[in-house]
Design a protein around this ligand. Structure first.
Ligand SMILES: C[S@@+](CC[C@H](N)C(=O)[O-])C[C@H]1O[C@@H](n2cnc3c(N)ncnc32)[C@H](O)[C@@H]1O
Length: 332
């Protein structure tokens, strides 16, 4: 039997919310109907204006939302379970330390159990090669790794096993879209499935966005993203951007998301950028090396005849000593 308060149905929600706010709602039992009243389980002995009684209420099952609580792994390894993992659309990808690899399928099952929006789980063996593609191994769930990721009302079709895609850059994509003024010509030199271009074309009004990638699968998904989001001014292209940019109009804005080596392409980008334009470059670097790196960018640009100024922010920590920086490089 559970202590509960008997409330006319029309007042039910108001009383339930008040009890919840006061910490008096018993979350261990389920509210049930009793004629034209509701029986709401409570933790108090009386409630002014309403009848208190004992009733037989069903137990409310508490569903965990943390896969670490339900994963069937030895107790001494539970603390080693990763606290974070990536989700792209309905695909989850998790990196596992060596000691947890024998329990990969149990970990995948736990992720599926607590996250109803996840369809399939992969162990993520890291990003590899020139195309920066993740090496993925299915550990639970059904189907393929092809999926649709939604951000800011935009549908991004992708396949994390065939093309690089980073769901954690959504705020950065929105930030850059917010900087785009009407009629700009934009080039994304390392465009992937064109998440920057697609979000930008939906949230802003560039004249045209060229999204280049070496990986032909990137162009396939970028075209799909343009089409399914009803965009006609996004032009995906396959090839080496250091060559292809010379066949394109000069840009007002250039995106360079190849954080290991993007700076090697900076002289080319500066050459193809209009005066007054901006380059958004990402860089992974040792934190202590970042100030001299900035100085070198400015002096190298000056030797090529470009007057640049740089604003930057530290996007995230990459390792104990390294960070990913976002640089807005303006050409005077
Ligand atoms: C880190 S990913 C970024 C993809 C995309 N901008 C995003 O945010 O999802 C870098 C991409 O650059 C592509 N890439 C590498 N070298 C390139 C080059 N020389 N020209 C064009 N694309 C290149 C890779 O295939 C990869 O898709």
């Amino acid at each position: 039997m559970v202590r509960c308060v008997r409330v006319p149905k029309r007042e039910g929600e108001q009383v339930r919310s008040k009890l919840f706010a006061e910490g008096m709602l018993d979350l261990g039992a389920r509210i049930r109907s009793d004629g034209d009243c509701l029986l709401i389980p409570v933790l108090c002995e009386s409630y002014p204006g309403y009848e208190i009684m004992d009733a037989d209420l069903d137990v409310q099952e508490q569903r965990s939302t943390d896969y670490r609580e339900v994963a069937e792994v030895p107790e001494d390894l539970r603390d080693d379970l990763p606290s974070s993992f990536d989700v792209v659309g309905d695909v989850a990808m998790i990196k596992l330390p060596d000691e947890l690899k024998p329990y990969a399928s149990q970990i995948g099952d736990a992720l599926l159990k607590v996250n109803r929006s996840i369809r399939i789980v992969f162990e993520d063996h890291g990003v590899k090669g020139e195309f920066r593609i993740r090496d993925l191994e299915r550990i639970a769930g059904e189907g393929t790794s092809e999926t649709v990721h939604r951000e800011f009302g935009v549908r991004l079709y992708t396949d994390p096993a065939r093309v690089y895609f980073n769901p954690r850059l959504s705020s950065e994509r929105a930030r850059i879209a917010g900087l785009v003024t009407e009629g700009e010509t934009v080039i994304d030199m390392f465009g992937g499935v064109a998440p920057f271009g697609t979000v930008m074309c939906r949230l802003a009004h560039p004249k045209v966005v060229y999204s280049i990638d070496l990986n032909p699968d990137a162009e396939h998904f970028a075209r799909m993203n343009a089409e399914r989001n009803h965009i006609s001014n996004l032009h995906p292209m396959t090839g080496d951007s250091s060559n292809l940019v010379y066949g394109l109009p000069m840009a007002n804005r250039i995106i360079m998301n190849l954080p290991q080596i993007a700076d090697r392409f900076l002289p080319i980008a500066l050459e193809r950028l209009e005066h007054g334009g901006t380059i958004h470059m990402y860089k992974i670097i040792e934190r202590e090396d970042f100030p001299p790196f900035l100085e070198r960018l400015v002096s190298d640009a000056a030797s090529d005849g470009h007057d640049i100024s740089i604003e930057y922010s530290e996007l995230k920590t990459y390792s104990p000593t390294m960070s990913v920086y976002s640089l807005d490089i303006k050409k005077a």
